[in-house]
Write a new protein. Structure first.
Length: 159
């Protein structure tokens, strides 16, 4: 879904990277906007018990950067939030992907102070994705307080 949401407008040109799967009963073509997404997809389907459907579900629920962070921090709870991923599968994913995904990825957000980190955590706890919370944080003044920052961020997210 992340690729779908980032497609350009109707009538505009787009280049997609693809992965072609040939099975006995089907031939399926998967499209990705970035090489990172396709690479993460390919790493995921190499894992025993993870098929293309589960890999797409993971990449729809988490960005490549978020998945990399979850792997590097070994956050089972973050993966379990994705529909179709149970605790055992999440643990296996973290074990298999350790060192392959996440080691070279850093947080997409650079937080300049503790207030911003607190605001980010509050927005995530309220149910916003890390991407949405990060966009709201960028719109805030750099030295805003936590409570005022949360109010301003919620206003910008409600638009």
């Amino acid at each position: 879904m992340s690729t779908f949401y980032n497609l350009p407008g109707l009538g505009e040109k787009v280049a997609l990277l693809t992965h072609f799967v040939v099975r006995e009963d089907a031939q399926i073509l998967f499209g990705f906007l970035s090489a990172e997404e396709r690479s993460a997809f390919r790493q995921l389907i190499k894992i025993s018990g993870v098929g293309p459907k589960m890999a797409l579900s993971l990449l729809s629920g988490l960005s490549v950067a978020e998945l990399g962070q979850a792997v590097s921090r070994q956050e089972v709870a973050r993966l379990v939030k994705v529909p179709g991923i149970g605790k055992k599968t999440a643990e296996r994913l973290l074990l298999e992907l350790k060192g392959k995904l996440g080691a070279d990825l850093t947080s997409p957000l650079s937080l300049s102070n503790d207030n911003q980190a607190d605001i980010l955590q509050a927005l995530i706890a309220l149910g916003y994705s890390e991407k949405e919370a990060g966009l709201a944080l960028k719109a805030l003044p750099p030295e805003v307080g936590v409570s005022e920052g949360i109010k301003l961020a919620l206003k910008s997210l409600s638009r």
